[in-house]
Write a protein that binds this ligand. Structure first.
Ligand SMILES: [Fe+2]
Length: 310
């Protein structure tokens, strides 16, 4: 056993982790401990982890293999696995975009939490398994990230409804193709994927509700009004059940990794409510094809799988 210790953030989701230097080459027992902890806590928060982008990618490779930064958006020229997000670049468009924060504070904003929750890259057939996000420039306050435990979300529904959801699939898509060609020459969208609505975790076998407010378009086989009504209910549960949420406050050199197969996330929760810059760097670990309780396996309807960089 390594010397890592875990302090839970909430009874069921997230933990602060101490006793590991993530910039160093990780020994196999440390990697095994971290992967096991990810299955248990789903969100791991590490403080004071200064590192460069190459070390961030090395950590990602150790945990299972880095993908390119994003299926559509190019990463850094010198580290193509790293996606840089600067809030100052996003702010002008945020208030207008469908997934935007919807501020200013004049009371006309939509219910933001309902529209921001997502699981990374579910528009590809094999969404990334782990996301690793690093605070590079962090404001003194603001910019927190929210997480929701999708296994608890599923478990909290009635057995009758769970049984019905187990049989369904949903269409996830992202149709705005890349503005600039991908470094690797592959097509940058559009992407459409068909996923089970309930996902069986490939390592633990635990079921979770595989719902996203951003990329999930419709439930297959239902009439449009039925699909909308059911998704509205499920997304209200996702956004409204405080007991399944964990909120992470960022600091400079905070690193957060999460199991993208078991949690959804939303954030930065208040990106238009402060003026300071906020820069985060992200990498992702390659994922497998999700499968449902009935054996349904995700498939691509449009676009390639999202493979590991080699
Ligand atoms: Fe995300």
């Amino acid at each position: 056993m390594s010397e890592i210790s875990f302090r839970p953030l909430t009874p069921i989701t997230g933990a602060e982790v101490e006793g590991v230097d993530l910039a160093a080459a990780l020994k196999p027992d440390v990697v095994a401990d971290l992967r096991e902890a990810l299955l248990r806590y789903k969100v791991l928060v590490f403080r004071e982890q200064p590192m460069n982008d190459a070390q961030h990618v090395a950590l990602t490779d150790a945990l299972g293999g880095a993908t390119a930064a994003h299926p559509i958006v190019n990463g850094l020229r010198e580290e193509p696995a790293v996606l840089r997000t600067a809030l100052s670049e996003d702010r002008p468009g945020l208030a207008q975009s469908a997934g935007g924060l919807g501020l200013p504070l004049d009371g006309t904003a939509p219910r933001r939490l309902r529209t921001e929750w997502h699981i990374d890259s579910t528009f590809v057939a094999n969404p990334t398994s782990i996301t690793i996000l690093r605070g590079v420039e962090i404001p003194p306050t603001g910019g927190d990230t929210l997480f929701a435990n999708l296994e608890a979300l599923y478990a909290g529904l009635s057995p009758s409804l769970r049984g019905y959801l187990d049989t369904l699939q949903a269409i996830h898509s992202r149709n705005n193709p890349a503005r600039t060609p991908r470094f690797d020459g592959k097509p940058g969208g559009p992407f459409v994927a068909l996923h089970p609505l309930v996902r069986v975790h490939p390592e633990t076998g635990v079921r979770s509700l595989f719902v996203s407010a951003v990329f999930l378009q419709a439930i297959r086989g239902l009439k449009p009004r039925e699909s909308t009504a059911l998704l509205d209910f499920l997304l209200d549960e996702l956004a409204g059940r405080d007991e399944i949420h964990a909120r992470v406050r960022w600091e400079q050199d905070t690193l957060v990794m999460w199991d993208n197969r078991a949690v959804a996330h939303a954030g930065p929760v208040d990106g238009l409510m402060f003026d300071e810059e906020r820069i985060v760097h992200r990498t992702t670990v390659v994922g497998d094809l999700p499968s449902g309780p009935d054996g349904f396996v995700s498939r691509s309807l449009k676009g390639d799988l999202f493979e590991a960089l080699v």
